[in-house]
Ligand binder design. Structure first.
Ligand code: GRF
Length: 196
């Protein structure tokens, strides 16, 4: 049974979708939900689901990114994860940290990568007049939002969309896509999951 650590910064809706999917004959189970923010709503949701939680408050480390990541790694390694899922985790990770988990760390990004790496993806898609948008699950590599693509889900951009309405439409697909990718990845299959 693969052990999955999920890293969050906020509400953790993707964490909930992932955790709820890991049942029955699924080859993985959640072993830890870890947040960098004390107030992250996902911590309470994970506790309510009976999942072990941990907090490594990045503000304690100021500009000492290496110190923060060393604390992250210590907490993570104690949970012995086979796979790490970044799910709404809003800290950029250094090459050193990413290297520790190369080949077994996933992230979900709210755009059809390689379009719109970074932030404000929905506003940028609207600004560009895109007719289609969506989300991507990819392996995490030192290149921000740049690793091998493991899955994508597409949504239409509708007349009158705002960044908020578009984000909400994408989020629904995130909750479909990420669990499907994790199940395939945990089974050793890296073929991309492509949802229309
Ligand atoms: C979502 O927009 C997701 O695309 C991004 O973080 C946001 C919040 O995700 N990764 P969650 O509700 O905390 O899972």
């Amino acid at each position: 049974m693969k052990r999955v650590a999920i890293l969050i910064s906020g509400g953790g809706s993707n964490m909930v979708a992932l955790a709820e999917s890991m049942t029955g004959d699924h080859p993985a189970r959640p072993c830890l939900v870890l947040s960098n923010r004390p107030g992250a709503g996902g911590l309470a949701r994970a506790e309510a689901m009976g999942i072990a939680t941990a907090l490594v408050d990045h503000r304690r480390f100021g500009a000492d990114r290496a110190g923060f990541e060393a604390a992250l790694a210590q907490v993570l390694d104690a949970a012995r994860p086979d796979i790490l899922c970044l799910a709404g985790f809003m800290r950029v990770l250094t090459e050193g940290f990413v290297g520790r988990y190369a080949g077994r760390m996933l992230n979900i990004h709210p755009s059809l990568l390689p379009k719109y790496r970074g932030l404000d993806t929905h506003a940028r898609a609207l600004e560009a007049g895109d007719e289609t948008h969506g989300c991507t699950v990819h392996e995490v590599t030192p290149e921000l939002d740049g690793g091998p693509i493991l899955g994508q889900a597409r949504v239409p951009v509708l007349a009158g969309d705002t960044p908020e309405t578009l984000a909400a439409r994408v989020l629904v697909q995130e909750h479909r896509l990420y669990p499907l990718v994790l199940r395939r990845f945990a089974g050793g299959d890296r073929r991309p999951v492509l949802l229309s």
